[in-house]
Design a protein around this ligand. Sequence first.
Ligand SMILES: *[C@@H]1O[C@H](CO)[C@@H](O)[C@H](O)[C@H]1NC(C)=O
Ligand SMILES: *[C@@H]1O[C@H](CO)[C@@H](O)[C@H](O)[C@H]1NC(C)=O
Ligand SMILES: *[C@@H]1O[C@H](CO)[C@@H](O)[C@H](O)[C@H]1NC(C)=O
Ligand SMILES: *[C@@H]1O[C@H](CO)[C@@H](O)[C@H](O)[C@H]1NC(C)=O
Ligand SMILES: *[C@@H]1O[C@H](CO)[C@@H](O)[C@H](O)[C@H]1NC(C)=O
Ligand SMILES: *[C@@H]1O[C@H](CO)[C@@H](O)[C@H](O)[C@H]1NC(C)=O
Ligand SMILES: *[C@@H]1O[C@H](CO)[C@@H](O)[C@H](O)[C@H]1NC(C)=O
Ligand SMILES: *[C@@H]1O[C@H](CO)[C@@H](O)[C@H](O)[C@H]1NC(C)=O
Length: 368
Amino acid sequence: MGFFSNTKFAFAFFIFAFPFLLACSPSESSDHGFNYDEGTMRGPSRWGMLKPEWGNCSAGREQSPIDIGTVQVSSQLGDLQRNYSSAQAVLRNRTTDVAVVFIGDAGSITMNGIVYKAVNCHWHSPSEHTFNGTRYPLEIHIVHLSDRNETAVVGILYRYGLPDPFIASIFPDISILRREDIPLGTINPESIGIPGSSYYRYNGSLTTPPCSENVTWTVFKEVIKTVTPLGVEALRNVLPRQNRNNSRSIQPFNGRTVFNFFVPKMLVFDKCLLPPLISTTKKIIFPDVYETLVHFSPDPTPETYDFTVTVSIDDQIINFYVLKQFGIDFFLEEINQKHEVVIFMVGLKQYTSQVLDKLNPNGRSKSH
Ligand SMILES: *[C@@H]1O[C@H](CO)[C@@H](O)[C@H](O)[C@H]1NC(C)=O
Ligand SMILES: *[C@@H]1O[C@H](CO)[C@@H](O)[C@H](O)[C@H]1NC(C)=O
Ligand SMILES: *[C@@H]1O[C@H](CO)[C@@H](O)[C@H](O)[C@H]1NC(C)=O
Ligand SMILES: *[C@@H]1O[C@H](CO)[C@@H](O)[C@H](O)[C@H]1NC(C)=O
Ligand SMILES: *[C@@H]1O[C@H](CO)[C@@H](O)[C@H](O)[C@H]1NC(C)=O
Ligand SMILES: *[C@@H]1O[C@H](CO)[C@@H](O)[C@H](O)[C@H]1NC(C)=O
Ligand SMILES: *[C@@H]1O[C@H](CO)[C@@H](O)[C@H](O)[C@H]1NC(C)=O
Ligand SMILES: *[C@@H]1O[C@H](CO)[C@@H](O)[C@H](O)[C@H]1NC(C)=O
């Protein structure tokens, strides 16, 4: 049937990965006059007393990190506007953390019209922010500064799992890092891998002395970045023993508001906007349609089929006989309870529309 070879007729299914992007910048402080060991008189509870200019560490009213619990949902802000670029970077042992410090222009993020340039990224373990009391093994902070020295920090939490591609890419350097900086060549902060688009926004502070306030925090909500225990160990082992746990304790919330920004997702395919998702809380499932959910064959009529769809191509009427895989209706019905089901089918619009209509459980057909 020449029809198949000269007509672009195919089913395809796509797995849409979240764009994983990350960036790095210089840490909040490279002053070594503090540490994380309460037994030394220089631990977190005493930071505010060590130097007059560190007073906010104890007197501040809007300190970081915080436990993120109740949040105010808002869709007014869109995606975090990023315009990162590749820049020369070095890996630095800052005594209280390991940082990737950008030497050149690594680009920026823009919030409320203010441009904040990426200066470094560095890690804390375990995580400094917690979600409803849950602490994660690792957190990265991408530090940004505006022309007027206003600070914006992007925080991303990791759970244990597969190696993180960004950490893996500099793992050999982390392993041999001593006191001297190690040049890393050029790094684009995007390569850190930013998970999803939903984030928490609140006003806080640097989590290390001088604990300066008026820091705009963006903490990504999805904890889908993973790191191996080995990766976390490598980052910790660079540091002196008293700083291997370089996580400041949770700070008083003092009536602040945490906003949860998310963008109602618009999936774009072939420049066409797909309808917005019905639910912003349900996880999305992309079932694999071709040969898994349905099997089709054109004329002549096969022995068994569940329904036919008829399309007209170049004035030629063609019948397709579609056989649903066993249990498919039940399966779709079930996953539809808990998840947003998005079925991608590429092919003739006439054909795919009819198939999707017939597959849709309970006839709850969405636009397609
Ligand atoms: C504490 O933070 C406030 C507000 O950001 C600032 O005006 C003040 O100078 C800071 N205090 C110290 C001791 O740094
Ligand atoms: C914490 O739990 C509350 C109540 O279940 C929920 O509304 C909120 O979204 C949770 N916050 C986070 C950060 O998971
Ligand atoms: C992104 O930043 C570069 C400079 O780093 C600038 O030339 C470009 O105009 C910026 N693009 C946007 C969309 O802001
Ligand atoms: C910017 O802030 C940092 C601390 O965050 C401080 O060390 C530096 O002096 C400030 N620079 C200017 C120009 O205010
Ligand atoms: C990192 O720097 C600190 C302070 O200089 C030092 O104590 C520590 O030994 C260094 N780490 C390594 C692996 O050399
Ligand atoms: C942060 O504080 C400023 C005022 O200093 C306020 O306008 C802004 O809404 C606050 N942002 C958040 C996320 O609470
Ligand atoms: C806090 O930061 C915002 C923008 O980030 C700025 O407009 C405001 O003047 C700052 N407030 C103080 C007290 O520094
Ligand atoms: C890490 O340090 C923080 C703050 O000092 C403390 O609350 C926490 O218990 C420590 N965690 C571990 C695993 O030692």
